[in-house]
Design a protein around this ligand. Structure first.
Ligand code: GLC
Length: 634
């Protein structure tokens, strides 16, 4: 059961699709008070209660013991002391004896103190008085999720091929680089489905352009790759380069489609291409305009995109940079002591994504000027909706692959997300595992992390272990940053190990895709914490290194270096299945704590003792998976 409470005049986010009759906020059945502008909710926690939710956020599946912030942030250091990442997913479940969920539909900043200041209390601070709150009741957390997901609408389903293995890097700058990747995979006989085009495919980082010198006859090239079964997936950034003669910028400017400053002039901020205009995605006509530009690439045969830098990431604003440069000039020749030197350094470091710049941006909503801070968390979501809605209208459902970096609940209906710029750190295998059920609760089913890690150099064994988790994540993409070690599977020694892992993915794709679709249609989670399925099992309740997958399975990737296996907890008797290329070994195992051996070329999987799942012969492309012959395992 869902009840809606409204305070003030909330800004429409389109997160909820079902109609609910709103009650006044005074009737909210949760302890609350007002402090200045802020509306504060206090909820009691018992010692045993678990708090789930917040989607893409740092730390554990159980969110207790930290303070989080809903504020879409372009932050490439996903350390445990951070409070926000790229998404703002304002849904939590208090799994107490009488569990309930709460969704705060509010596109500005929210602070979630989940037992951080006071162990026995959740304190939610909503930073102004215009919002909707939905209180969701159900007898279990899974029931609450189902109810909530019913309210926010069915999750995006990508095309089938988007479950294939995808290779990315910042960047494969030209046709030769892309061909080299395809060739590398072909020679190593490792399946491959997509190759990503990061920012360098564009002409001077201009959205919806292709550098002719790097990709001559782009359309023919795309078709040629399609014929080989390879999809090229270009990136689209939120900022539109300010450049004379660049049609999209000029058109946007002429129509007044970019965000403004308080004096009505255009807000200008620097991103990859230098100074950019930022489309005002709060306006329907701007969304329609920007969305229709994807056509420039779909007409060339492109059928998948990733939207980036849409928090929005702003390296600097014209004003901010000018002030910083003036400061630097004024200090020239001076003897810089501690405060002067670090003051100067901080001025430059503080240029990016600065609160001052965000506060200076204005949107037009229903003809009124609205400060960016009030809608920050739906900016990226609205960019992605602009594309997703266009694709659905033009091509129908399940045709175009689309995922985004920034997101808000509601965007899950038209796109997926990836977990942004993680690191090649062992700890990030676990962090990314923990994000999966949390993202699923909030509707984001098509998701995944940069496998192998984005920032810094990856070791061979890390990439293999990361991939073994990725075998199960809907988005299975290896991506890494400029200047890092080449992370494509064929660039490591003994490529057979990589082949063994990725082949397992292809053998499981029909099962995974069905499981995914079922989760979308039934408003369920594809990945669940063990505590959802075994709420009275003490060890399962605390388990944050394994997940339930669909109705049949449990996954438990290895997440440490220099080990030959891991400890795993079985909440019931299960079959341990070890998968590696064509090899399958199975072993019945008893409920309890067990140690399992897992070699670098093996994927561990548990199947409930009364269940089985289908597995197919390995294939090099999703189109080549023979679904007429299967084997049941378990
Ligand atoms: C951002 C993205 C990353 C991409 C890079 C260059 O950091 O998160 O995935 O490779 O920009 O476009």
């Amino acid at each position: 059961m869902i009840k809606k409470y409204t305070s003030g005049k909330p800004i429409e986010t389109e997160a909820v699709v079902k109609e609910y009759k709103a009650k006044p906020i005074e009737e909210l059945p949760l302890k609350n008070h007002t402090e200045g502008e802020h509306f504060i909710i206090e909820m009691e926690l018992q010692k045993e209660d678990i708090v789930y939710g917040l989607g893409e956020a740092p730390r554990g599946i159980n969110k207790r013991g930290w303070v989080y912030e809903s504020f879409c942030s372009d932050d490439p250091f996903h350390t445990e002391t951070k409070s926000s990442l790229y998404g703002a997913h304002n849904f939590i479940i208090i799994a107490s004896e009488k569990p309930y969920g709460i969704f705060i539909d509010f596109p500005s900043k929210i602070r979630w103190d989940i037992g951080y200041s006071k162990e026995s209390e959740v304190q939610i601070t909503i930073t102004n008085q215009n919002f909707d709150i939905y209180v969701i009741e159900g007898s279990t957390p899974a029931e609450i999720v189902k109810e909530f997901r019913g309210a926010i609408g069915e999750s995006y389903i990508p095309p089938y091929w988007a479950f294939g293995y995808q290779q990315s890097r910042w960047s494969y700058p030209d046709k030769n680089a892309v061909d080299k990747v395809i060739e590398g995979y072909k020679e190593a006989e490792i399946p491959l489905e997509c190759v990503y085009l990061d920012i360098d495919y564009m002409d001077s980082y201009k959205d919806f352009t292709v550098d002719e010198a790097k990709f001559p006859d782009f359309k023919e090239y795309v078709a040629e790759k399609k014929a080989e079964g390879i999809h090229l997936i270009p990136i689209i950034d939120a900022g539109v380069k300010k450049a004379e003669g660049y049609e999209i910028y000029e058109e946007g400017k002429e129509k007044g489609y970019f965000c403004k400053k308080s004096d009505g002039s255009e807000f200008e901020g620097g991103v990859w291409p230098g100074i950019c205009g930022f489309p005002d995605f709060m306006r329907k006509e701007v969304r329609e305009w920007f969305g229709s530009k994807y056509k420039l690439l779909t007409e060339a045969g492109i059928d998948g995109f990733w939207n980036d830098m849409n928090e929005p990431a702003i390296f600097y604003s014209t004003e901010g940079l000018e002030k910083a440069l003036e400061k630097a000039v004024s200090l020239k020749g001076e003897n810089l002591d501690l405060s002067k030197f670090f003051g100067l350094k901080d001025t430059f470091l503080g240029l990016s994504n600065s609160p001052e710049d965000y506060a200076s941006i204005y949107h037009t909503i229903n003809g009124e000027q609205v400060c960016h801070n009030l809608v920050h968390n739906i900016y990226g979501a609205n960019m992605t909706k602009s594309a997703g809605e266009y694709f659905e209208k033009e091509y129908g459902k399940e045709k175009i692959l689309m995922f985004s970096r920034a997101s808000y609940i509601g965007a899950h209906r038209t796109s997926g997300i990836w977990f942004g710029d993680n690191h090649s750190w062992w700890s990030h295998i676990l962090l990314n595992l923990k994000m999966l059920p949390s993202a699923n609760m909030c509707g984001f089913l098509y998701c995944g992390a940069d496998l192998g890690g984005f920032n810094e150099n990856a070791s061979r064994d890390l990439v293999l272990r990361f991939l073994a988790l990725g075998v199960f994540t809907p988005l299975m993409r290896n991506h890494s940053a400029l200047g890092t070690r080449e992370q494509e599977c064929y660039n490591f020694e003994n490529t057979k190990d990589f082949k063994d892992i990725i082949e397992v993915r292809y053998r499981l794709i029909p099962y995974l895709y069905e499981t995914f679709k079922k989760a979308s249609k039934n408003n369920e989670m594809m990945f669940r914490p063990l505590s959802f399925d075994y709420p009275h099992d003490k060890i399962a309740r605390e388990c944050e290194t394994q997940l339930m997958l669909g109705e049949e399975c449990m996954i438990c990737p290895v997440y440490e270096q220099n080990v030959n296996g891991r400890t795993v907890y079985l909440p019931e008797d299960m079959t341990y299945v070890k998968l590696s290329g064509k090899e399958i070994t199975t072993k019945k195992m008893k409920k309890g704590i067990n140690y399992i051996e897992v070699a670098l070329n093996e994927v561990p999987l548990f199947i409930k003792s009364d269940k089985q799942i289908p597995i197919y012969a390995p294939a090099m492309r999703t189109t080549q998976i023979d679904t007429t012959t299967k084997e049941m395992i378990g």
